[in-house]
Design a protein around this ligand. Structure first.
Ligand code: EPU
Length: 360
């Protein structure tokens, strides 16, 4: 790998670690990203740092401005696929803390550091009587990554409880506050996934939660399982969601994966009607915009890819939308596998699946 010219500011400390300047986070050279992506694929960052405060991040980017050094911001790597080494600076924000900052009526606003683990935060919130995020239990990843793809599960999305976030604007080199509208949330999308949004590095996120239980039981068999288990409280709902996920989805600590690899396609009703004439059993869900969402899992299953395995890569037998690294597959092998799925689905249904996972 050719290391970019990182300039004269840094001094070697030992083989893999640069000298830490005052106010700067520790810098690592030729840093393995294998433990920083839930697919568990190998890849290296030319330079890696995990700033623990906005000040450390600003100091870091002062020395390594993104105009000169390619920048990649990651969370816990649960929605990313590395195809190769990253010949630039990888930053993993590590700002921590979970603080209630305001209350009004039955609502509480809670500010959470971008580096906090998402599920630990959900557990803390539920435990402290701040409700609304139970349906998002056990989603892998960091709090800072949650608004980027507007994580969602079992009828709830992060945007439903989002109040504002603080981010570092790498172009203007200032800290900015962004509200709901600024973030332009959509289905598994936000401004941060677009070209214009990549300039922001999320430092903390503030959520608006309920201080009285409001249970969201509308999705699939959630209500049925909740009642069958004698459920009553938000904590019971969290347990039901965890149990459903553990039954249905592979644990990334055992089987490398990044959750749903593709988004569920959202199409015009006319496309659905065409599809229904050939496949009367096609499931679909109307979305808020008058279009319909067709489960990618169904399309993949019908195209013959459910539980299929090629070499060290396969789809999860219980949920074919999840692509699994069964051995030490490379990022390229995983990508090739998913491109074959995409091709077959397009050939059979005329629907082009869009990746949810970010390929780097
Ligand atoms: N289905 C099949 N075959 C299967 C599995 C599912 O045909 O083997 C069809 C069924 O019709 C089923 C439908 O797919 O009703 C939906 O399945 P599921 O409830 O498992 O949800 P999903 O749409 O496949 C989405 C999210 C998941 C989230 C679940 C639960 C996306 C891309 N994925 O999956 O999120 O956990 O809903 O809310 O929207 C993730 O984003 O990484 C993720 C795992």
């Amino acid at each position: 790998m050719i290391l970019p010219d990182f300039g004269p500011f840094i001094y070697f400390y030992d083989k893999d670690r640069f000298h830490r300047k005052p106010g700067m986070p520790a810098l690592h050279r030729h840093f393995s990203l294998q433990r920083n992506n839930t697919f568990g694929v190998e890849g290296h960052a030319a330079l890696y740092a995990s700033p623990a405060s906005p000040g450390e991040l600003a100091a870091l980017l002062q020395e390594y401005p993104p105009e000169r050094f390619p920048l990649l911001v990651i969370g816990e790597g649960s929605n990313i696929l590395f195809r190769s080494d990253f010949n630039g600076l990888v930053v993993r924000p590590a700002c921590m803390g979970i603080e209630p900052v305001r209350t009004r009526g039955n609502q509480v606003w809670v500010t959470v550091g971008a580096g906090e683990n998402w599920d630990s935060y959900v557990a803390t919130a539920t435990g402290r009587g701040w409700y609304g995020l139970e349906n998002l239990s056990l989603i892998p990843g960091s709090v800072g990554a949650a608004p980027v793809q507007n994580i969602g599960a079992y009828g709830v999305e992060v945007s439903d409880h989002f109040a504002w976030l603080d981010a570092y604007d790498t172009e203007k080199r200032v800290q900015v506050r962004m509200d709901h509208q600024d973030c332009r949330f959509g289905y598994r999308s936000s401004i941060f996934k677009s070209g214009s949004g990549s300039r922001y590095i999320i430092l903390s996120v503030t959520f608006c939660l309920h201080t009285r239980p409001v249970l969201n039981l509308g999705y699939g068999n959630v209500k049925q399982e909740f009642i069958a288990g004698g459920g009553q409280t938000p904590d019971d709902l969290r347990k039901v969601i965890i149990s459903i996920r553990q039954r249905k989805l592979p644990d990334p600590a055992i089987y490398g994966n990044a959750g749903s690899f593709f988004k569920n396609p959202v199409t015009e009703e006319s496309i659905l009607e065409d599809l229904r004439s050939a496949y009367p059993d096609v499931p679909f869900y109307p979305d808020q915009t008058g279009r319909v969402k067709i489960p990618a899992a169904w399309l993949i299953e019908k195209a013959g890819w459910k539980g299929k395995r090629i070499g060290r890569v396969g789809t999860w037998p219980g949920q074919p939308l999840v692509v699994v690294n069964y051995g030490s597959a490379s990022g390229q092998e995983i990508l090739d596998f998913t491109e074959q799925i995409r091709k077959d689905v397009f050939h059979q249904f005329g629907i082009d699946l869009e990746r949810e996972v970010r390929v780097v």
